[in-house]
Design a binder for this molecule. Structure first.
Ligand code: PHE
Length: 338
């Protein structure tokens, strides 16, 4: 024999524990399991509670029945909202759309300046050049002195060069690698040196305070200006096109004699036709540079060049502003993804 008080306590417990069970169910399976356990017609907890109705005194059955209904309603409401919170069930009548395009994985890409450096390195590798590297923090001697800069040269002024200490600076060009290579190797020497250089320049459409350079150096017995012109012309033909024209203009750098700048004739597709674009400085290595590095300038001669791959990337891709290459705007950079 059950009392009404016991019955109501049991109904309360089913409502309270059942609600907690439903709320804890985070999958459809767990929710179905809770529903069967609570409201299932054979084994459900509410069904066994109802079976106890008959053992109550007749006058208590009305109140007990109301408690059963209230509990049932609570559980059903909780189940309905828990179901709504779950992801929708797969609809068998509407199969997955197999023609839908997949979500693209993020693909990295090589920076356009790096692509140009790789391409240039590949061309010079075929011409017999090896990659050489040197430090970005250099001494005044390697950056200037050994390269035949007179001690009072204006390029050494603090407003042109970034000094780290009295004697150490961020290299302003890759030419100090010429000196380091000449010191550590005996000719024949053919090296290509890509690397960062630093200058106290403003950031504008054609300048950056830090940029990449590629240095080239070729030293052997009997090397002449003809080799310089032939090698650089061959490079331009391979990099731009067979039809590309080059011109050399006399120019001055303390570490070469004679010195020149080389221009390439390119069409930037801006309706203004072809024009000459400067891509590098070059010249015959000055005997003082060879001597300072311990190479016999009576026996050996050679040439060197220094080019700016960012400027070359601009001419290749017809870019109006060098800052596009430094802004790291993915919308710009991803156009060069291969
Ligand atoms: N170092 C020079 C510069 O930065 C370029 C150069 C290199 C010129 C080698 C001649 C020979 O402007």
């Amino acid at each position: 024999m059950t009392t009404l008080a016991e019955f109501l306590t049991r109904a309360d417990a089913i409502a309270r524990d059942g609600t907690a069970l439903i709320r804890a169910a985070v999958t459809r399976d767990a929710l179905d399991h809770a529903r069967v356990g609570l409201l299932g017609r054979k084994q459900g907890q509410l069904t066994s509670l109802m079976a106890m109705l008959g053992s109550l005194p007749a006058e208590d059955r009305r109140a007990a029945g109301a408690a059963v209904n209230a509990t049932k309603q609570t559980l059903e409401l909780t189940l309905t909202s828990a179901e709504a919170a779950l992801a929708p069930a797969p609809d068998a009548s509407r199969p997955d759309d197999l023609t839908m395009p997949g979500r693209d994985a993020w693909k990295g890409a090589v920076h356009p300046v790096s692509l140009v450096i790789d391409e240039i390195s590949g061309i010079f590798r075929e011409l017999g050049f090896t990659i050489a590297l040197g430090p970005e923090a250099e001494t005044e001697w390697y950056n200037f002195g050994a390269l035949n800069f007179p001690p009072d040269h204006p390029a050494m002024e603090a407003h042109d060069t970034l000094y780290l200490s009295d004697d150490t600076l961020l290299r302003t060009h890759t030419s100090p690698v010429q000196v380091r290579t000449l010191q550590s190797h005996t000719p024949p020497i053919r090296i290509l040196c890509p690397g960062n250089v630093y200058r106290r320049d403003f950031f504008d459409a054609t300048h950056a305070p830090s940029f990449m350079q590629i240095e080239g150096l070729c030293i052997d017995e009997g090397v002449s200006f003809v080799d310089l012109k032939a090698t650089l012309s061959e490079f331009v033909r391979r990099f731009y096109s067979d039809a590309a024209r080059v011109r050399l203009r006399p120019s001055f750098f303390p570490f070469v004699e004679p010195g020149a700048e080389m221009d390439v004739e390119v069409d930037l597709n801006d309706g203004k036709g072809t024009r000459w674009v400067e891509i590098l400085g070059c010249g015959m290595v000055h005997p003082n540079v060879l001597d300072a590095a311990g190479i016999d300038s009576e026996k050996y001669s050679g040439w060197a060049f220094g080019m700016g791959p960012a400027r070359i990337a601009m001419s290749r891709h017809k870019l109006p502003d060098i800052r596009l290459l430094y802004d790291s705007d993915v919308r710009f950079l991803e156009q060069f993804a291969q």
